[in-house]
Design a protein around this ligand. Structure first.
Ligand code: SF4
Ligand code: SF4
Length: 253
């Protein structure tokens, strides 16, 4: 069943550009599964916020969280390297990938329902707090629990296909074997102290080796959102994700 779900996700993403005539392209997704009973979910209440949801808040009989990473194609990543302002291609990729996540989640839900399993669709930003700038369901942290990747100095989840892309997650009552989470670091700074490229690339003085100013980061994202307001809400930046060793691969591997 795990293989079937992985294949469903990969196939859906592969066909999506033709079916929806979008401008963005994605590489083959990576999929990982977390046990809804994993003790680490409770820790998110300490690490992120006391209001961070548990899987059972979405589905009382939750058994598994399906998580996936949708890696951007190389042209999307390269487009965002130059300049202080995000590229239009990057902003479009953000908007189109949000829609892809919504469509993909609905599709998986439909497929699971055919086998009589329930699942819950969680928006890309669930209960986003505009003051604290955090959500009540961090797809990134949930994907970390599932073993999809490890956090880098840039606060992004570094997967085997890097960090340039988007993460989605679905809670279901279908029991699946969880993915094994290894204890290795995927960030060169965390593994060996040999990189701080993301810090050097930060365009708004938000990211430092020992701190992250969430407000300054969001200020930059909102400035881009204003520039690309014709696209919808593209509150993105991503300059610390591109042209760095972990952009499209796990550099420690
Ligand atoms: S750029 Fe270097 S230090 Fe920053 S997250 Fe990637 S590997 Fe880690
Ligand atoms: S997203 Fe932009 S502002 Fe935020 S830390 Fe990265 S480079 Fe800096």
């Amino acid at each position: 069943m795990k293989k079937q779900i992985e294949d469903l996700i990969k196939e859906y993403v592969r066909k999506y550009p033709e079916e929806k005539s979008v401008k963005t392209r994605w590489k083959e997704p990576i999929v990982a599964f977390a046990d809804a009973g994993d003790e680490m979910f409770k820790k998110l209440k300490e690490v992120i916020s006391p209001s961070h949801a548990l899987p059972e808040d979405f589905l009382p009989d939750a058994r598994t969280i399906i998580t996936y990473f949708l890696p951007f194609a190389d042209f999307v990543v390269k487009s965002n390297i130059e300049g202080r302002v995000s590229s239009r291609i990057w902003a479009i990729a953000y908007i189109e990938t949000n829609q892809l996540i919504a469509d993909l989640n609905k599709y998986i839900q439909k497929q699971l329902r055919q086998s009589r399993y329930n699942s819950t669709i969680i928006p890309a930003t669930h209960n986003f707090d505009e003051q604290k700038l955090i959500s009540d369901w961090s797809h990134r942290h949930v994907a970390y629990i599932a073993g999809l990747g490890k956090f880098g100095l840039n606060n992004m989840l570094i997967t085997d296909k890097g960090c340039c892309g988007r993460i989605g997650s679905i809670v279901t009552n279908l029991k699946l074997e969880p993915t094994i989470r290894d204890d290795k670091e995927y960030c060169l700074y965390k593994a060996r102290g040999t990189c701080n490229r993301c810090v050097e690339r930060c365009v708004n003085d938000a990211l430092k080796i020992s701190s992250f100013n969430r407000q300054k980061c969001y200020e930059m994202c909102l400035s881009n959102a204003e520039i690309y307001s014709d696209l919808g809400l593209a509150d993105v930046c991503g300059k610390c994700l591109v042209n760095v060793p972990c952009s499209v691969t796990n550099p420690v591997k």
